[in-house]
Design a protein around this ligand. Structure first.
Ligand SMILES: [Zn+2]
Length: 505
């Protein structure tokens, strides 16, 4: 046995000096590639140990460093495979730390693994939007942080800075995992501790306020959300030079709140300031331009002549250079997510519909009764055979028949009455979630329902019509079921049904 022991001691010594060397290179040069190579060598040396005399914590520590290194490289290169590799290594690090029974190593592994899952989630979200898989990932990340908090709190006590910091991360993670009630609880606990400990204008307090506001508005508490955002903004403005991007995000969110609560002029001021601080290259600036366009439209609606005859809607064609035109094209193309016909799909023209003021007022009143939670989504429908409005809108007026879904939506908005479900039945789809108006975030799916709006243009191209609307989703009931019984459409207390398996035809 003695021979093995010596050999193992040599292995451990070699791994140790290699690991130290890796940390040096990492810290001095920021050279992740080199650090990764050396740390991998260490792990393989340690894996080669034949005799294990007690557990010394070196394997867990080395795996932890390697995982962190892979994760940072993955984030830097926006590389999903690297992050996946980091996840595997960090899971091994956690197992090794648990075998060692070393609390701080366990807590570090839990925290890094959680960060890894969240970062993978963000990459996925940028590619595919919100999905069930993403929510599952973030849910696991939240559980890991909860365990991490328990371990750290037991060891360090509740007031320790690291413990309080972990609590904040946990709260933010819960909010990302769409668990707003738990997130609000956790973030408020964090704020209570920090309020007692810190200056009220400390930036650490602001860090919890924005996710808190997001969750409060998800729970249908816009007033409280706005209070939190107002406080967050005040703190960030006082420390403006430190974090311009965070301040801009707060301004942006506050702008959206003002827009939702019907204050478009105030909203524009916040949105403009947000956009100016982010600068022209920032990815958020494009959507801010769109939101500013919506603000201006809402202002126009407010200025509408109240004496305008009931029963009149106005359509105007959007200019191709309009921000809204480009943003809608982007959404249409990137959210197609289905097979395209052989000659592809393209956008012929986009109309903006200003609906009859009487209908508009009804919508506004409805908006006051639900938590709005707006989404811009697609709706495919059918059009009367003789109605040529979508082929040649400059010359053909809408047919105006109530049996023509396209025309009746243009004139009266979306109504749950005689027409609902007509298109679904004609296209052979059942009404999955009961009577209601169906929208999809996937343009390719709405296209399936738009089959009976199809017309042939003079040059032989096939034209279809699709609506895009701001849908007040309210508090949705999320389901994986392809259809639901009547009493669950939606269950009482909720305001809409959202199918999660959006790609099933
Ligand atoms: Zn028509």
């Amino acid at each position: 046995m003695g021979g093995f022991l010596d050999e193992d001691a040599v292995r451990v010594a070699a791994a140790k000096s290699l690991a130290e060397c890796a940390i040096d290179r990492l810290q001095q040069q920021g050279n992740l590639v080199e650090a990764e190579r050396v740390l991998k060598e260490c792990v393989s040396i340690l894996d080669g140990r034949r005799y294990e005399k007690g557990r010394d914590g070196i394997l867990a520590a080395t795996l932890g460093m390697l995982g962190e290194c892979l994760l940072d490289a993955g984030i830097e290169q926006k590389e999903g495979d690297k992050m996946k590799e980091a996840e595997g290594i960090l899971r091994r690090a956690l197992v090794a730390a648990e075998l060692d029974g070393e609390d701080s190593a366990i807590a570090n592994a839990l925290s890094e693994l959680s960060r890894c899952l969240r970062e993978q989630g963000y990459v996925q979200m940028r590619k595919l939007g919100e999905s069930e898989e993403l929510i599952t990932k973030l849910g696991e990340a939240a559980e890991l942080l909860e365990r991490c908090l328990e371990v750290r709190e037991a060891k360090l006590g509740p007031d320790d800075d690291m413990v309080v910091g972990t609590q904040l991360e946990w709260g933010i993670c819960l909010s990302e995992a769409m668990r707003p009630a738990e997130a609000v609880h956790t973030l408020r606990q964090y704020l209570a501790i920090q309020d007692a400990k810190l200056d009220p204008s400390d930036i650490q307090i602001a860090r919890a306020l924005r996710p808190l506001a997001v969750c409060l508005s998800r729970m249908g508490k816009p007033e409280e959300a706005r209070g939190a955002l107002g406080r967050c903004l005040a703190i960030q403005e006082a420390k403006m030079c430190e974090d311009v991007e965070n301040l801009s995000f707060t301004l942006h969110l506050l702008g959206l709140h003002l827009l939702e609560s019907g204050e478009p002029t105030e909203a524009q001021e916040k949105l403009r300031r947000s956009s100016a601080r982010l600068g022209p290259g920032h990815c958020l600036v494009i959507s801010i331009e769109l939101e500013l366009a919506i603000c201006r439209r809402v202002e126009d609606h407010k200025r509408w002549d109240p004496g305008m005859p009931v029963g009149s809607s106005t359509l105007h064609m959007l200019d191709q250079h309009d921000w809204e035109y480009e943003a809608l094209c982007d959404q249409f193309r990137t959210k197609w997510l289905k097979f395209q016909p052989p000659r592809g799909v393209s956008i012929e023209r986009i109309f903006s519909i200003q609906i009859d003021p009487a209908v508009r007022n009804k919508h506004d009143r409805y908006k006051l009764t639900v938590s709005i939670n707006p989404r811009r989504q697609f709706h495919g429908t059918s059009c009367n055979e003789k109605c040529n409005f979508i082929v040649n809108p400059q010359r053909e007026a809408p047919c105006g028949l109530s049996s023509c879904s396209v025309c009746s939506i243009c004139m009266q908005g979306f109504k749950i009455k005689d027409n609902v479900g007509t298109t679904a039945r004609r296209t052979g789809f059942s009404l999955r979630y009961g009577e209601g108006v169906y929208f999809s975030s996937v343009s390719g799916k709405a296209n399936d329902y738009a089959r009976f709006s199809q017309k042939t243009a003079p040059d032989g191209r096939r034209l279809r019509c699709m609506f895009v609307a701001y849908v007040a989703k309210g508090n949705p009931y999320l389901t994986k079921e392809a259809s639901l019984p009547r009493n669950k459409c939606p269950p009482s207390g909720l305001e809409s049904v959202e199918g999660m398996a959006t790609l099933v035809p």
